[in-house]
Design a protein around this ligand. Structure first.
Ligand code: GLY
Ligand code: MN
Ligand code: MN
Length: 359
C-alpha cells in the first residue's frame, strides 16, 4: 500500500509539464508504471492525460492495483488494445505518445488497427530521464539494498578460498542476500575466478578457486523495488606484484572518477577521467566498457557514464563507477561502487571496502 501519495503526485506533475491538451501518454514499462503509481504488478498499462489518469490491468491484478494505487482510476481489461481504445475514446484523445522501447511491432500494429482515428507517436526515454534524479525515499531504499548485499558478502567472504567453486559461492551469496531480507537479486551474481575474472560479465561455473586467483564478485540486492550494484575483486592466496599493481591502478581510476563527481559535470567527463588514469599507465585498452550507469528501479538506467555523453550529473542522481582492467586469458580486476551525487560531491552507498584485499 502507498504510504504517501505525494511523491507520485510530484512525479506526475513533472511528467505533465508541457503536456498539450487532447494528448495522452501510454506507459507500458512496468517500472515506469510503478514509479508513477506505486502499482507493482508485472503487467498493465497506464494512460496519463493532462488532467486524468487511468491504470489498466487484467483480472489478475485488480485487487492488487486498488490496494497499491488508491485514488487512481483502475480499469479492468480483457484485451489490452480494447482497453486502451476505450479509455482514449472516453477522453477524446487524438494523439497518444507511447514508450517506443516498451511496445513490440506486433502490439503497435494491433494498437493502430484498434485506434484508427488516433495518432500514435513514439516518445523516447521520457520516463527514464525523469527517474534519474532520486528523492530521499528512493535513496534510502538503494542504501538499504546495498547494506543488505554487503552484509551477505561479509558473511560469505570466508568461503572465498581454494577449492570452492564459483557456482557454490554465487548460490551462497544470493541465498544470504535473500535471507537478509532482499526481495531479489539485482542481476545474476557474477563470481569469476582466475582467467574467468578477465571476462567482464562472466557466468559463475564449475571452476574451483585456486591459489593466486583474482576473484571478482559483482552482485546486488533489491529492496523496495530498488537495486544496488557493487563489485569487489579479491586475490586469494599469494598475490603477484602485477596483480597488486593493476589493482592499485584500477582503484586510482575509481577514486579519481568518484572524486570528480559533482552536479554540473558531464557524464562523459567522468568516463574520460577514469580512462585517462589507466592511459597514464598504458593500460586503457584493457578497459572495455563504460565507467558507470544510473541505478534505481532498474539496475541499469540513465544516465550513462560513457565516452562522449553530454548529459550533466545532477544532485540526487545515483550512479555506479566501475572501472576495470581485463587481461584476456589471464585475470581481471573491477572495482565498482554505487554513489549518490550531492552538492558536496559523491557519497558512496555501497559499504564494502575497496582496499586491496588478500584472502
Ligand atoms: N553487474 C552489472 C554491472 O555492474 O553493470
Ligand atoms: Mn555490477
Ligand atoms: Mn554496474
Amino acid at each position: 500500500m502507498r504510504a504517501d501519495p505525494a511523491p507520485y503526485d510530484r512525479r506526475l506533475s513533472r511528467l505533465r509539464l508541457g503536456f498539450p491538451a487532447a494528448e495522452a501518454l501510454l506507459i507500458l514499462n512496468e517500472k515506469n508504471i510503478r514509479y508513477l503509481t506505486g502499482f507493482t504488478g508485472g503487467d498493465g498499462a497506464l494512460m496519463v492525460g493532462p488532467d486524468w489518469l487511468e491504470l489498466l490491468v487484467d483480472g489478475r491484478y485488480v485487487t492488487q492495483a486498488r490496494g497499491e494505487a488508491p485514488g487512481i482510476e483502475i480499469v479492468e481489461f480483457r484485451s489490452r488494445v480494447e482497453g486502451i481504445a476505450a479509455v482514449a475514446g472516453r477522453h477524446g484523445v487524438g494523439r497518444i505518445g507511447f514508450e517506443a522501447a516498451s511496445l513490440t511491432v506486433e502490439e503497435h500494429l494491433r494498437l493502430q488497427a484498434g485506434l484508427p482515428e488516433v495518432g500514435l507517436e513514439p516518445v523516447a526515454g521520457a520516463l527514464q530521464t525523469l527517474r534519474a534524479v532520486k528523492d530521499q525515499r528512493e535513496i534510502a531504499l538503494i542504501r538499504e539494498a546495498a547494506r543488505i548485499a554487503a552484509e551477505a558478502l561479509a558473511a560469505v567472504r570466508d568461503m572465498i578460498r581454494p577449492g570452492v567453486r564459483e557456482r557454490e559461492l554465487a548460490l551462497e551469496l544470493e541465498y544470504r542476500m535473500r535471507r537478509g531480507g532482499a526481495e531479489g537479486v539485482s542481476f545474476d551474481t557474477i563470481i569469476a575466478s582466475g582467467p574467468n575474472s578477465a571476462l567482464p560479465h562472466a557466468t559463475p561455473g564449475g571452476r574451483a578457486i585456486a591459489d593466486g586467483d583474482c576473484v571478482k564478485v559483482d552482485y546486488g540486492a533489491v529492496w523496495g523495488g530498488y537495486h544496488s550494484d557493487e563489485t569487489c575483486t579479491y586475490v586469494v592466496g599469494r598475490p603477484s606484484a602485477r596483480q597488486e599493481e593493476v589493482y592499485r591502478l584500477v582503484r586510482e581510476a575509481h577514486d579519481r572518477a568518484i572524486g570528480a563527481i559533482r552536479p554540473g559535470i558531464a557524464c562523459g567527463e567522468i568516463d574520460r577521467i577514469a580512462r585517462e588514469c589507466l592511459a597514464e599507465a598504458g593500460m586503457e585498452s584493457y578497459f572495455t566498457h563504460g565507467t558507470g550507469h544510473g541505478v534505481g528501479l532498474d539496475v541499469h538506467e540513465p544516465p550513462r557514464l560513457a565516452a562522449g555523453r553530454e548529459e550533466l550529473l545532477e544532485a540526487g542522481m545515483v550512479v555506479t563507477v566501475e572501472p576495470g582492467i581485463y587481461l584476456p586469458g589471464v585475470w581481471g580486476v573491477r572495482i565498482e561502487d554505487t554513489v549518490l551525487v550531492t552538492d558536496q560531491g559523491a557519497q558512496c552507498l555501497t559499504p564494502s571496502s575497496k582496499d586491496f584485499t588478500v584472502l
